[in-house]
Write a protein that binds this ligand. Structure first.
Ligand code: GA4
Length: 325
């Protein structure tokens, strides 16, 4: 049987978009650089993260979201960490999603897991293994990028992620299917509801994996929303705001969203947000500044950036606040 591949989406300039696919084991940075410059988004295959680590994480996540609401609420409310349902952030954003937001520090995981799971020791082990694996992948990608950009200190970005004071997060998003909804009253008129609204990720790099249910969309430069076909064997990577700043705007922090789930199976995504320590100083790397590309952003700390992001709405552009005058 011949299976037709989906027609590529064409932009106004008639350039078709297909998701860039990167194999980090090839150690070649050209395609990776191009994906970060053109879209701020790509898919990683042949990532080397063992299936067992991924599957155990997925099983813990699904088990948690399947529990009665009152039990899940023991891990909340999200302030900003913990269990949340529909409310996103502190400024009125909502979506058809429930989630668990964790700090990746092992001590924080140990404390939280007591409110999340009946077997906290096992839970910690599963989550820490997953975090270590995706952190490794994040660092591998960042080192390949630094090499491609000819940055003198190849580890300048990965070191921020590896720092024991790093502020990286792990998020599990659960988009229940229409038959087992978070509302009892959703009807056919609401089929295009938003699961998680349009935004860019504030951190350096985001590493996302989901099950085989669709929902993620990215915004292309011409304003077209492109639905990303799910691939549970791969990881999807977003350039975050801070990487846009470090590269002086050469890489773009991709705007994306998740649609509410209309399939018969619930969607779950597990997302690692690689972030620097709170006091890390962020400014365009010297190699990224040239007479043709003068410095776009003033120096700021990750703490300042976080303060700005929590004071604003999900879809707001935060990096604009840090433009150099
Ligand atoms: C978007 C990316 C991550 O999911 C997140 C989100 C955070 C939250 O849910 O607490 C924010 C959002 C995210 C950016 C603006 C603020 C903060 C919700 C919100 C309205 C965990 C993150 O780091 O920033």
């Amino acid at each position: 049987m011949v299976v037709a591949s989906p027609a590529p989406v064409r932009s106004e300039k008639t350039r078709p978009f297909t998701v860039p696919v990167i194999d980090p084991s090839c150690k070649r940075s050209e395609l990776l650089l191009k994906a970060c410059e053109d879209y701020g988004f790509f898919k990683v295959v042949n990532h080397g993260i063992p299936d067992s680590i991924i599957m155990r994480m997925e099983a813990e996540g699904l088990e948690f979201f399947a529990r009665p609401m009152l039990e899940k609420q023991r891990a909340g409310p999200p302030n900003p960490l913990g269990y949340g349902c529909k409310n996103i952030g502190f400024n009125g954003d909502i979506g058809e999603v429930e989630y668990l937001l964790l700090h990746t520090n092992p001590l924080s995981i140990a404390q939280r897991s007591r409110t999340i799971c009946k077997d906290p020791t096992k839970y910690c082990c599963v989550v820490n293994d997953y975090i270590e694996a995706v952190k490794g992948l994040t660092c591998e990608i960042l080192e390949l990028l630094a090499e491609g950009l000819r940055i003198q200190d190849k580890r300048i970005l990965s070191r921020l992620i590896k720092d024991s004071d790093g502020d990286s997060l792990l998020r599990l998003n659960h988009y229940p299917c229409s038959s087992r909804d978070l509302n009892e009253d959703r009807d056919m008129t609401n089929q295009c509801q938003i699961g998680f609204g349009e935004h860019s990720d504030p951190q350096i790099l985001t590493i996302m994996r989901s099950n085989d249910v669709a929902g993620l969309q990215i915004l292309l430069a011409d304003g077209v929303w492109f639905p990303i076909p799910p691939d549970p064997c791969a990881f999807f990577v977003n350039v975050g705001d801070i990487l846009q700043a470090f590269t002086n705007g050469r890489f773009v922090s991709v705007r994306h969203r998740a649609m509410a789930n209309n399939s018969f199976k619930s969607r779950m995504s597990t997302i690692y947000f690689g972030a620097p320590p709170l006091h890390a100083r962020i400014s365009p790397l010297p190699e990224m500044i040239t007479p043709q590309n003068p410095c776009l952003y003033r120096p700021f700390t990750w703490m300042e950036y976080k303060k700005a992001m929590y004071s604003r709405r999900l879809g707001d552009n935060r990096l604009d606040l840090f433009h150099s005058s």
